[in-house]
Design a protein around this ligand. Structure first.
Ligand SMILES: *Cc1c(COP(=O)(O)O)cnc(C)c1O
Length: 381
């Protein structure tokens, strides 16, 4: 028996369960995606503001940034180019003077911050539906870890009361603002009010799906609900609406200094190339004035949700991420294939990513999609 047999069998099982994943070859052009010469409307993109293909912006950027070096080390060695400090200072200005720290990706950020901050006297209370990157961060940390029911602040309060004793030095509540699978959102004002009733509670909020999309200047749900200064660890990614790569943390200066000294993905990984950071900076500034796109995306999302509900489907969303819950895996996969045949690129989401019997089609809207596209889709649902 070869040492590879085990892996081959595991792949066979995945195929039998209809859970086998592949890297697909495709071309992208604006809102369109072409696979094997079939053109489809891309309803699975994270490019929420429709900026990834924006050639005018690219041209403008390259006119301003002719000679940028590539990176060759961690920021703690010789990788701390001025592009980093410059972007951190712009972020800090945007987020009410709080400190900002950059990371190579949202994944690095989430697997690095919690392990650095937590010891065995830390309790993490995490929403049941948080992203895999935060779960991995929690697993790498020394903290005790309990999940609360999705968006259930009563349950969260019960858990805080139960554990708020001498053994525990701090409780970190971990959540997303807009959730990637249900497209619903956390009650940030409620979370802040809850935190203020206790003296050991801190809030960690991931705005991956809200940065660029929510708030007057696109600074996320924290801006929209006016709670920026109350969230101890406000994190997000530049990999989605900002059409770049990287992650950021908005926090107290002490936390920033502490992480620079202790956070392993920051210390032991080569920093992003300065050209990438300059592009992020450029996009972050452009993004703030794109309220027309944000408004359009918001309207589009509401229209789609209403029509999906009118068709009798279950849809928990209150954002541009619009799941259509179908139920069983087979039905869901079949439905997504049907829709792809008809020109709509929609991916099925199955357990274990979502709970059993809640397999769904996940529609991710972007600002380059038009109202008519949504009508056409709903017609054939
Ligand atoms: C996509 C995502 C991340 C990871 O961000 P990357 O920059 O792509 O590594 C982290 N958190 C959430 C909630 C996400 O959806």
């Amino acid at each position: 028996m070869s040492l590879l047999d085990f892996y081959e069998q595991a792949l066979t099982v995945l195929k039998q369960q209809g859970n086998y994943r592949q890297l697909t070859q495709y071309q992208q052009q604006g809102k369109w995606l072409t696979i094997a010469s079939k053109r489809m409307l891309n309803l699975s993109s994270n490019d929420y503001l429709g900026l990834a293909e924006h050639s005018e912006l690219k041209q403008k950027f390259f006119e301003q940034n002719e000679s940028l070096m590539t990176s060759s080390s961690s920021r703690l060695l010789t990788g701390n180019f001025e592009e980093y400090t410059c972007l951190e200072s712009t972020l800090s200005d945007a987020f009410q003077g709080r400190s900002a720290l950059l990371f190579n990706s949202g994944y690095h950020m989430n697997i690095g911050i919690l392990p650095a901050l937590c010891n065995s006297k830390t309790l993490i209370l995490a929403d049941k539906l948080i992203h895999a990157s935060m779960i991995d961060g929690i697993r790498l940390s020394a903290a005790t870890y309990v999940r609360y029911r999705h968006n259930d602040l009563n349950h969260l309060k019960q858990l805080i009361e139960k554990y708020h004793d001498d053994e525990i030095e701090r409780i970190i509540v971990v959540t997303e603002s807009v959730f990637s699978m249900d497209g619903d959102e956390a009650d940030l004002q409620g979370l802040v009010a809850l935190k203020q009733q206790f003296n050991k509670v801190m809030l960690y909020v991931d705005e991956a799906h809200a940065i660029g999309v929510r708030g007057q200047r696109g600074l996320g749900c924290a801006e929209q609900y006016a709670v920026i200064e109350h969230i101890d660890f406000l994190v997000g990614t530049f990999g989605k609406a900002l059409a770049s790569v990287g992650g950021y943390l908005i926090c107290d200066e002490v936390i920033k200094l502490y992480l620079i000294n202790t956070m392993r993905p920051l210390v032991f990984s080569t920093a992003l190339p300065p050209v990438n950071v300059a592009w992020t900076h450029f996009m972050f500034e452009q993004m703030q004035s794109m309220s027309t796109q944000r408004q359009h995306l918001h309207q589009l999302s509401q229209d789609l949700k209403q029509q999906v509900l009118a068709k009798g489907y279950v849809c928990p969303s209150s954002s541009h991420l619009v799941p259509i819950v179908i139920g069983e895996n087979d039905q869901t996969v079949q439905k997504s294939k049907q829709l792809q045949d008809l020109g709509f690129y929609i991916m099925p989401v199955r357990p274990p990513t979502v709970p059993k019997h809640q397999a769904r089609l996940r529609i991710s809207l972007t600002a380059s999609i038009q109202k008519q596209d949504v009508f056409d889709l709903v017609d054939i649902l």
